[in-house]
Design a binder for this molecule. Structure first.
Ligand code: NAD
Ligand code: AKB
Length: 319
């Protein structure tokens, strides 16, 4: 039986570090090649230094490893992107074009490209934001994701390239640190809490955002990529939801496990980004088409995060 051979681009990031090992469990350690700009340590399988802006290096890596699928995770996220919009646009778009073109030329079987809730802006319905909604994002990151979704759809319709995508909410996990997004506070806060430190939040206490726990995000990704192609009605990017909460609500959830946990609020430039994003997402297309269903709610996530972070910091269990 011919196995799939997968190249992950941006495997050193928050999601890539976890997704690499999950894909290795499914496809075999040696069949998943984890790549990033820098040398990756601690991986159980093959790794490669690869700049996704270098099209010929990308094609060479695909041929060298006899790859038939690419998971393209490399991107500049929302908050970092606003510090240098032209650089964010260049990296996000040029890397995607290289991935799509290489995949077309090399006749790859499937491509994965994550989008984001950042595709939505203030004109979109704020609650239960529908799958097909007006897309007027206010960050360069969001603009690049809207454009990316449409290019994914174009390569599918024009060339038959099986590109699949979902709009992740803010992803929260204990295994890796976030890479410059507006939802990063929801990871940072647990690191402070477990060390019994007070946390200063860069969003206001009542800013509700869609979020998803890492195990659910990884499972969603694997499920979408394994779904039969004829079940997929969305070829731009699927809305995906897990839970929605505010900084005050996550702090309250933490306080149940860490009595006396303290949070203060000092909104910065990321507040305007968060204000332009939905508070909750309608993911019924993902549920209907490929059976998506999240498992973790806020309290279950808090318990699991604190448990794992306590082990990570070598602390006595907090829960
Ligand atoms: P991250 O910032 O943690 O990691 C991105 C990785 O890409 C980094 O390791 C970086 O070194 C690498 N990279 C950057 N430029 C590169 C290049 N030119 N060539 C090769 N590698 C390069 O990002 P993440 O949080 O893991 O996100 C992964 C993907 O998921 C991104 O496309 C992001 O937009 C999307 N996403 C993430 C979230 C989230 O909450 N983490 C939410 C929505 C969407
Ligand atoms: C960010 O905050 O930029 C990301 C995202 C939701 O895309 N976490």
């Amino acid at each position: 039986m011919k196995h799939d051979r997968i190249l992950i681009i941006g495997a050193g990031g928050q999601i890539g570090a976890v997704l690499s090992e999950a894909l290795r469990e499914v496809h075999g350690t040696d069949n998943v090649i984890a790549s990033d700009l820098r040398q990756l340590d601690g991986h159980s399988g093959p790794t490669e230094i690869l700049d996704a802006l270098d099209a010929s290096a990308l094609e060479a890596a695909v041929k060298k490893w006899r790859v038939n699928q690419i998971y393209h995770l490399a991107a500049i996220l929302s908050a970092t992107g606003e510090k240098d919009p032209m650089r964010a646009w260049d990296i996000n778009m040029r890397s995607l074009f290289n991935v799509l073109e290489t995949s077309r030329i090399c006749n790859l079987k499937k491509v994965y490209f994550p989008s984001s809730i950042a595709v939505f802006g203030r004109e979109a319905a704020h609650r239960n934001t529908p799958q097909y909604e007006v897309l007027i994002p206010e960050t360069v990151y969001g603009i690049s994701k809207v454009a990316g979704e449409n290019w994914a759809n174009y390569y599918y319709r024009r060339y038959g390239l099986d590109v699949r995508s979902m709009r992740y909410p803010g992803i929260i996990g204990y295994q890796s640190m976030p890479g410059g997004g507006t939802t990063d506070y929801a990871v940072d806060i647990y690191h402070y809490a477990v060390q019994q430190k007070p946390y200063e939040c860069f969003l206001t206490q009542d800013t509700s955002l869609p979020m998803l726990y890492m195990p659910d995000a990884i499972r969603a990704t694997l499920e979408l990529m394994e779904a039969p192609a004829n079940r997929l009605s969305v070829r731009t990017s699927y809305n995906l939801a897990g839970m929605s909460f505010t900084p005050a609500e996550i702090a309250a959830s933490i306080s149940k496990q860490v009595p006396g946990f303290r949070i203060t609020y000092k909104p910065d430039f990321r507040q305007a980004i968060a204000d332009s994003w939905p508070a909750s997402i309608d993911d019924s297309a993902a549920r209907n088409d490929w059976g998506w269903k999240p498992e973790f709610d806020l309290d279950a996530m808090t318990k699991d995060m604190l448990h794992h972070l306590a082990l990570k910091y070598g602390l006595k269990e907090v829960v």
